[in-house]
Design a binder for this molecule. Structure first.
Ligand code: LMR
Length: 328
């Protein structure tokens, strides 16, 4: 390490040191909102931490704060710009205030499965999106997968008109608000950590999320079953602050980037398995899963897909075309 880098590392350590890290190590705080052992993001973050702490011992030290214990997703990107946290993996819906391009990932029925999302993200367009927020101080490092979204409410949902008049929690995204409004439902943006309580007390009637989130947060306990709509996706961007990333010595940065890429490849390949386990766990817990007939599914498509038009200019028709070509 150069003297300058060492001095910087010591400054960073002094600001954020905890018992787990040794003096002189660069402290990397990774904040996220899910559990750490049964969730694609939680498992990947834990694996990243273990590898960094083993392979970069003496140089860097990672601490993971799961379950919104440090920040929720609405706060974490601001905290990152302030230098209070160095890594996070918010869902792609949470980047809306930084770049409208990411709205493509929230458009309902845009991707037929996570393999299609993977292919789009690995295309030139997808890769360029990782750097689309650098002028706002954020750098995307890797995309992490979760899964397809399902819908649930306090009453059974089989066709979109069943959702009319109900209040649905959404992530704070204009696309998701429009999607709920398209069904005659009322969208209620809310932090992930507040959803269970809001469903339980009737502040909201329903929600949309992936199997691992429905299981991990126990949403099924306070809903009348889950409807397998597969209408959208939740995926993540592992993000860091441009200033912090550039402050790292090249060898430290390269080693960290390599470990992150390897963890990403391994965990993204396993995401289908985690998703299936979570779905089964919801069933085993006694919840009802409603599968749709072709006709019922088409009714959801017909209700939701018109929102594409509202966001076409933000997202770019060429990107929509590229995503659709992958589905074909
Ligand atoms: C949500 O807010 O519903 C999800 O983005 C939470 C997560 O990180 O999976």
């Amino acid at each position: 390490m150069t003297t300058a880098a060492m001095a910087l590392a010591m400054t960073v350590t002094a600001q954020t040191a905890t018992a787990a890290c040794d003096d002189g190590e660069i402290v990397i705080k990774f904040s996220h909102v899910t559990n750490s052992d049964k969730h694609p993001k939680g498992i990947a973050a834990t694996m990243l931490m273990e590898r960094v702490n083993e392979e970069m011992d003496g140089k860097a030290c990672m601490e993971v704060f799961p379950n919104s214990t440090l920040y929720n997703d609405d706060q974490v990107l601001e905290a990152m710009l302030q230098g209070d946290v160095q890594m996070a993996a918010p869902s792609l819906s949470k980047f809306e205030q930084f770049t409208k391009q990411f709205r493509i990932f929230d458009l309902p029925f845009m991707f037929k499965n996570i393999e299609a999302v993977d292919e789009f993200q690995n295309s030139e367009t997808g890769q360029a999106m990782k750097a689309s927020m650098t002028r706002r101080g954020l750098l995307g490092l890797e995309f992490w997968h979760n899964g397809m979204k399902q819908m649930s409410a306090k009453t059974p949902l089989l066709v979109p008109s069943d959702a009319a008049g109900l209040k649905f929690r959404v992530q704070n995204s204009d696309v998701l608000k429009a999607q709920m409004a398209a069904m005659g439902a009322s969208p209620q943006p809310m932090a992930f950590s507040e959803v269970y309580g809001a469903l339980q007390t009737g502040v909201v009637d329903g929600q949309e999320n992936t199997w691992s989130n429905i299981y991990g947060q126990k949403f099924f306990e306070v809903q009348d079953g889950i409807t397998e709509t597969n209408h959208g996706i939740i995926d993540y961007l592992v993000v860091t602050g441009v200033d912090w990333w550039e402050s790292l010595d090249a060898d430290v940065r390269d080693q960290l980037a390599t470990i992150l890429t390897e963890v990403t490849t391994e965990r993204n390949a396993a995401v289908g398995e985690v998703d299936a386990q979570a779905r089964q766990a919801v069933l085993d817990a006694g919840s009802t899963i409603r599968e749709l007939t072709g006709e019922q599914r088409q009714a959801w498509v017909d209700a939701m897909k018109p929102v594409w038009e509202q966001f076409q200019d933000d997202v770019g028709q060429e990107n929509i075309d590229a995503a659709q070509a992958i589905n074909a």
